[in-house]
Design a protein around this ligand. Structure first.
Ligand code: PLP
Length: 433
């Protein structure tokens, strides 16, 4: 095709392309990325004097190994030469089998079966279907509702939206139309804080009171991400586990954002030493290379479903179990586990504490918090997203602030100098946003 100049591409983008959470028509002003390597995004033309940006977002928290990684490139090329896709109904292939075995091996103990989907939201849809179908199969069709925490985020398709933060969150528009779920208050903030007994009692009471109609409790363990970037004590996960067991309710952990080391444990559930009945994974599963997610469940959940009138999990869109994505995911997990990833995340955690400390004294900053490779500056006002983004770009860094939050989740390969640069950009964005 005829080459198009950056200006032409951006004009066509404005005319035709709808971006995530973007306005239509053509009011978004995205930056044009030409290529990406390591932790850097190369822009097609300079913006604010920068032609490269250090990615402080890991492409929405997924590119933990950075971009254009030779190991992941090799995995993709190798699999491309064999087959990029084949239907997964009635057929199987080595990448999916290897990946499923690998996921069962590294996730908490009783998780045994793996459904490979194509995005985090769909993996949550699958998790919900599993739970609802499980109770139907066991002759308890009233147990069809979900309980979750306020302040959560589980994706943009229909069931996940019904368990996102109902108050002023991204899906407030749909309240009243979405399935009616049960909301508990968000857990008290503070990863290191001792669990609040009064709050724990509230959780137990709510689960007990609604047990007859509850299929499952679904939460983001330890970090509530896109709903507010808040951290809570792992102790509440133990409370949920005990209450769910006591009242016959399934427990789902959505580890789409927290999985693969982001919080300093391979999976956030490990901080609490508890296992869910169903777990969702996505984002960093393929190191951010390709779209893939997974829903894992215990043998008990799968056995329950297979005892029903419809003894199959009725879910099978076209691109389930994609071999290209599965091969890259397996290579990405290999890459992660072959290094001392926990040391790298600890190094980043220390760098974030140090680098974000100056933001504490800025007027308008409410709190600075860090957990693993997650650094958050919370303002006491709604951020001016355009001004904050521009301030970060001027520092040579890509950030995507939202609501009252400026945060970073850098790739684990981010070196100390680049990390300092990201922190400086977060501070600048906090000052100017
Ligand atoms: N669950 C959590 C905790 C998430 O953070 C996200 C995405 O940010 C999702 C689910 C949805 O995943 P996806 O964007 O891949 O559909």
């Amino acid at each position: 095709p005829e080459p198009l100049s950056p200006r032409e591409l951006l004009a066509l983008d404005r005319q035709h392309v709808w971006h995530p959470y973007g306005p239509m028509p053509g009011r978004a002003a995205p930056l044009l990325v030409e290529s990406a390597s390591g932790v850097r995004l190369r822009l097609a033309e300079p913006v604010e004097g920068q032609d490269e940006l250090v990615d402080g977002m890991s492409s929405w928290w997924s590119a933990v190994h950075g971009y254009n990684h030779p190991v992941l490139n090799d995995a993709a090329h190798g699999q491309l030469g064999r087959m990029s896709h084949v239907m997964f109904g009635g057929l199987t292939h080595e990448p999916a089998v290897r990946l499923a075995k690998r996921l069962v091996d590294i996730t908490p103990e009783p998780l045994e079966h793996v459904f490979l989907a194509d995005s985090g939201s769909v993996s949550v849809e699958v998790a919900v279907k599993m739970c609802l179908q499980y109770w139907r199969s066991l002759g308890k069709p009233r147990k069809q509702r979900l309980l979750t925490w306020r302040g959560g985020y589980h994706g943009d398709t229909w069931q996940p939206m019904s368990v996102c933060d109902p108050d002023g969150g991204m899906h407030e528009l749909w309240q009243g139309v979405l399935p009616r779920q049960i909301f508990a208050d968000a857990p008290p903030a503070g990863f290191d804080a001792a669990p609040d007994e009064a709050y724990a009692a509230q959780l137990r009471e709510l689960i007990g009171r609604h047990a007859e109609e509850l299929a499952a409790v679904i939460v983001e363990p330890v970090v509530q991400g896109a709903g507010g970037m808040s951290f809570h004590s792992p102790g509440y996960l133990r409370v949920l586990r005990e209450a769910c067991d006591a009242h016959g309710v399934l427990l789902v952990f959505d580890e789409i954002a927290t999985g693969f080391g982001r919080t300093g444990a391979l999976f956030a559930a490990e901080h609490a030493g508890v296992a869910p009945d169903v777990m969702c994974l996505g984002k960093a599963l393929t190191g951010g290379y390709l779209t893939l997610a997974a829903t894992l469940c215990t043998a008990a959940v799968a056995d329950g479903i297979s005892r029903g009138a419809l003894p199959v999990l009725a879910h099978g869109p076209t691109f389930m179990g994609n071999p290209l994505a599965a091969a890259v995911a397996d290579a990405s997990i290999d890459l992660l586990l072959s290094q001392d990833w926990a040391r790298e995340v600890k190094r980043i955690e220390a760098g974030l504490w140090e680098g974000l400390a100056p933001a504490r004294s800025h007027a308008g900053v409410r709190e600075v918090r860090v957990l693993g490779a997650i650094g958050v500056v919370q303002l006491d006002h709604e951020v001016d997203m355009a001004a904050a983004t521009r301030a970060a770009v001027r520092e040579g860094v890509w950030l995507r602030p939202f609501r009252d939050l400026i945060y970073t989740m850098p790739p684990y390969i981010t070196g100390d100098d680049d990390l300092a640069r990201i922190c400086a950009a977060v501070c600048a964005a906090a000052r100017e946003g």
